[in-house]
Design a protein around this ligand. Structure first.
Ligand SMILES: CSC[C@@H](O)[C@@H](O)C(=O)COP(=O)(O)O
Length: 368
């Protein structure tokens, strides 16, 4: 996607023989567009933990390069296993991280140690390219839903979508998951308007999604997280579409904290609630999301402080709770499959259920 007319991926290698990657420092958006160079596994781990890179698919892709960096000094099986465990531990909920690392390890263990660095770069590059193709396919399948709504409305007015957090191009290598259909609908001339939330605790909606949509010219309105249910009751949301960090074999979905409440409100108001995901986000090993998905607990400071621009246009943060008040900060919640209309994957749409997922991914049924 583009920033000021220039096309970027959210992760790239300057050249095929460069032993580093470039990312945007996402903690600096939207006030600054800063590119960071990462060239060792520690820097990659730090970037993931501090959320300079974030979004489930992007975390996986960046971690894949982190593993290659770790092998540059020692490419033995032991070093590979140690680096894999180190990188997987950086964030617990997004399963794409483990998926990418396990894919890399399986690939590299089949290669002699002295060829592992070159093979690792090639495999990490492939993960990135596949992510772009996957998200484009998700976009096309999700676009059909938006077209159907537009036609049902007699091509009058606009299609109002609500998204929570950021599942756009900066959360993936390109296109995004939940935002890919929205970009495609906008580009083909369907008048879409997006209600943007996750306006607490990290404000990923207002800081990241609003910036992304605005950069692409997509009409949008930032709302307080608490306003979503109200707009659904008022008939002003045609569809909710969100991304996810982990989907279980029975279709439960972990996503940014607050997604569950949006799903409850959508269910109560008969508003379609769709989740867009690459198959790398499905954790075939677990079924009950509420019981089995680990929920990342992040720093209380993310709740106690807010960042933004002050009246002089300087970026900074302010405390918004009494000095002695503690805070709790679960970063994700789980939406049970029963509350969803369905899932949008690179292979098409399905019910959020075991049968639905199996119909699209029959080979996984045999494997697990
Ligand atoms: C395509 S990104 C899907 C999810 O990763 C996204 O919705 C989300 O919850 C991001 O969480 P984050 O904590 O910003 O990494």
């Amino acid at each position: 996607m583009k920033i000021n007319g220039i096309s970027y991926r959210s992760l790239w290698r300057p050249s095929d023989d460069d032993r580093s990657i470039r990312i945007f420092d996402q903690t600096r958006f939207p006030w600054n567009v800063e590119i960071l160079e990462l060239r060792d596994a520690d820097a990659v781990a730090e970037a993931i933990t501090t959320m300079q890179v974030r979004g489930a698919p992007l975390i996986g892709a960046v971690a894949a390069y982190g593993l290659v960096f770790a092998l540059q000094d020692d490419a033995s099986d032991e070093a590979l296993d140690k680096a894999a465990a180190f990188l997987i531990a950086t964030r617990p909920t997004a399963i794409n991280l483990r998926w990418a690392i396990e894919r890399m390890v399986a690939h590299l263990k089949a290669v002699p140690a002295d060829e592992r660095v070159a093979a690792g770069y090639a495999e990490a590059d492939a993960i990135c390219d596949e992510d772009v193709q996957t998200n484009e396919a998700i976009g096309r399948h999700g676009l059909e839903l938006i077209r159907e709504i537009w036609e049902r409305k007699g091509k009058q007015g606009q299609v109002n979508l609500l998204t929570h957090c950021n599942a756009g191009w900066i959360a993936t290598v390109d296109w995004g998951t939940a935002l890919a259909p929205i970009y495609m609908a906008h580009d083909e001339g369907i008048p879409v308007h997006v209600w943007v939330d996750e306006t607490r605790p990290r404000n990923q909606g207002s800081l990241l999604t609003a910036w992304e949509l605005g950069s692409h010219g997509v009409p949008h309105t930032v709302i307080a997280d608490n306003a979503g249910g109200h707009y659904m009751q008022a008939g002003r949301v045609d569809m909710v579409i969100v991304g996810t960090d982990r989907v279980t074999a029975q279709g439960d979905v972990a996503n940014k904290i607050g997604t569950y409440l949006k799903a409850l409100a959508a269910h109560d108001n008969n508003v379609p609630f769709w989740v867009a995901l690459p198959s790398s986000t499905i954790d075939w090993r677990v079924r009950d999301g509420v019981k089995d998905i680990p929920i990342e607990e992040r720093s209380a400071d993310e709740v106690l402080f807010m960042t933004g621009l002050d009246s002089n246009g300087e970026a900074g943060r302010v405390r918004i709770a009494p000095l002695n008040s503690p805070a709790a900060n679960p970063a994700f919640d789980v939406t049970p499959a029963r509350l969803m209309t369905g899932l949008i994957t690179e292979r098409g749409r399905c019910d959020a259920s075991e049968a639905g997922l199996q119909s699209l991914f029959p080979e996984q049924t045999k494997a697990h």
